[in-house]
Design a protein around this ligand. Structure first.
Ligand code: GLC
Length: 589
């Protein structure tokens, strides 16, 4: 059923012609995440837009990315930065039109860059046509069946069906005028869909088809783990305290997240994806236990899953080693390839995270509390932050699998604190007063030009979140001409990665590590073959018969540089034959 404007012409995807249908393009792709409202603003209204993205295609090409993933650009009241979708098959008029989308897609494809769009299937917005229909219809009606409505408790149903707390804080149920309650596991503007409803299932297939037909190459699936819910215990739903008690829930049986039935949904999606040439790809956002994560990467399902384990880790060789080994094993078991991520639009940027004390209580998101302490009680070591960020990124780029870059991290942007209450947008801030400042700090518009209004983000000084004054120093024009900048590091690293990238295996060279703070590994030279017993001299590879070695010193003091020709380091060399503290080096040998 058409829910939005559809373009008359569905041009054949350039991806189907220009790339000859390579079905494996995603396996080791460098994917650049664009948060469209904060990327580039073509009309000066302070909100980034799709023509803005089109105007930056040369930048993306020079950076050397294989694909972009666009966070939602659909019509939305922005109750949750666009993850509250009014219409899944349209473009927010403030961000452009479907014609602008097509133009952007062609420009990216012509530059050799694939396009992944964000699909938000756990919830719509409360302005979605079907939610408005549900509100207008009576309790028990088919319109209400598309969402999760229940009567409340108490003499007059004045109490919610359960005391569940939403992900953003506050109650997970909201009452409507006729007295029923609807479930929203995120903000109240984000009612959860009922994924047992066939109309909902079919409508999402339509949405996926809509974008795939337009030429989109893949999908990032928002909150992929939470679609299926079991409320069969209603009206005696478990309490929030019971939900928190992990001993009560078998894997795959939690009432509203990570349930085994969710894979049925993705099997049906995969059948659709495979009707395209090349098959459309998908990557699941699933903040689930490590032992469940790989289930979302099943080849008859979404095919790939985000691995957030490095993002949650401390800058520590032991933790990195464990995470890398576990994820390589899981990817091998499922036939998928890994995804490596250090930053995204939901977390404190890694240049800031690594400058703060490690905090494992909230996925290492300490800076989200930092603001609340006036920035005084938790000291930020910005220099350490960027130094470690560059080292971790270079390590990440050398790993087999696909890698994700969040816009602005290539400039070494920090997360911003001290945003005034009236400028805040994130519902997390408003629903957790005094506890969590939320995610606005990592969503500040990008500085492109050091001495232009809004640092070249737009044509005027308007910027929907305020940019710090000192951001001119981090602007693209400044960093482009500085060979020691983070942007130059990213450009050099990605150019080298393209030349050196080989099979999806990795060989640890533990015997060479001078101490426990150092991780050294090599990549095989021929796709699909890793022979750990092979001597270094016997390998032949992309780099003229040499192999690619990556060494990271997580420690605070320099160590001897491993043997080989140093081709890139994350920080300047301090002495001959020395791998500096908190530094990664790439070598050929
Ligand atoms: C995902 C998105 C996040 C959003 C949430 C609800 O976690 O990455 O930004 O707030 O889902 O859609």
């Amino acid at each position: 059923m058409p829910m939005s404007e559809t373009s008359g012409v569905l041009a054949k995807s350039p991806a189907e012609t220009a790339w000859g249908g390579d079905p494996n393009w995603w396996r080791q792709a460098v994917v650049y995440q664009i948060y469209p409202r904060s990327f580039a603003d073509s009309d000066g209204d302070g909100l980034g837009d799709l023509p803005g993205v089109t105007s930056r295609v040369p930048y993306l090409q020079e950076l050397g990315v294989d694909a972009v993933w666009l966070s939602p650009f659909y019509p939305s009241a922005l109750a949750d930065g666009g993850y509250d979708v009014d219409d899944y098959r349209a473009v927010d008029p403030r961000l452009g039109t479907l014609a602008d989308f097509d133009e952007m897609l062609s420009a990216l494809h012509n530059a050799g860059i694939r396009v992944v769009v964000d699909i938000v299937p756990n919830h719509s917005s409360n302005r979605h046509k079907w939610f408005l229909e549900a509100l207008a219809a009576a309790p028990g009606s088919p319109e209400r069946e598309r969402y999760i409505f229940r009567d409340g408790k108490g003499a007059n149903g004045e109490l919610p069906p359960s005391d569940w707390v939403s992900t953003f804080g506050g109650p997970a149920w909201t009452r409507v005028p006729d007295g029923q309650w609807y479930l929203h596991t995120f903000a109240k503007e984000q009612p959860d869909w009922n994924w047992d409803n066939r109309e909902v299932q079919l409508d999402f297939l339509e949405t996926l088809k809509f974008w795939a037909d337009r030429g989109v190459d893949g999908f990032r699936i928002d909150v992929a783990s939470n679609l299926k819910k079991d409320l069969s215990l209603y009206p005696d739903l478990p309490t929030q305290e019971q939900l928190w008690d992990e001993t009560l829930w078998q894997p795959g049986r939690f009432p509203f997240a990570d349930r085994d039935e969710v894979f049925d949904v993705y099997r049906e999606w995969r059948e659709l994806f495979n009707q395209y040439n090349p098959p459309r790809t998908a990557v699941a956002e699933a903040w689930v236990k490590p032992e469940r994560q790989h289930l979302y990467a099943a080849p008859d399902g979404l095919g790939q899953v985000f691995n957030f384990d490095l993002l949650k880790s401390n800058f520590d060789s032991g933790e990195f080693r464990e995470v890398i080994d576990r994820n390589l094993l899981h990817a091998a078991q499922t036939g998928s390839s890994n995804t490596w991520v250090l930053s995204n639009h939901d977390v404190v940027r890694h240049a800031t995270r690594y400058g703060l004390p490690f905090d494992e209580t909230k996925d290492n998101q300490i800076a989200r509390k930092w603001d609340l302490a006036d920035g005084l009680t938790i000291p930020l070591d910005a220099e350490q932050g960027i130094r470690r960020a560059r080292a971790a990124t270079l390590l990440l780029f050398a790993l087999p699998g696909s890698t994700y870059i969040y816009q602005g991290e290539e400039l070494g942007l920090p997360s911003i604190t001290g945003i005034a209450a009236e400028d805040r947008q994130d519902p997390t801030y408003f629903r957790n007063a005094g506890v969590d400042v939320g995610r606005d700090g990592c969503r500040i518009p990008i500085p492109w030009v050091s001495n232009a209004p809004s640092f070249g983000f737009g044509t005027t000084s308007a910027s929907h979140l305020p940019q710090p004054r000192e951001w001119g120093n981090l602007a693209v024009d400044v960093e482009s001409t500085d060979p020691s900048s983070t942007l130059s590091l990213y450009r050099n690293a990605l150019a080298l990665r393209h030349k050196l990238q080989t099979g999806e295996a990795l060989e640890w060279l533990d015997a060479e590590a001078p101490n426990k703070n150092v991780l050294i590994f090599a990549r095989p030279s021929v796709v699909g073959s890793v022979e750990p017993s092979r001597g270094a001299n016997e390998t032949t590879g992309a780099a003229g018969g040499k192999r690619w070695v990556c060494a990271t010193n997580f420690g605070k003091t320099p160590v001897p540089m491993p043997a080989g020709e140093v081709i890139l380091t994350s920080s300047p060399l301090t002495g001959p034959a020395e791998l500096p503290a908190e530094t990664t080096a790439w070598l050929l040998r």
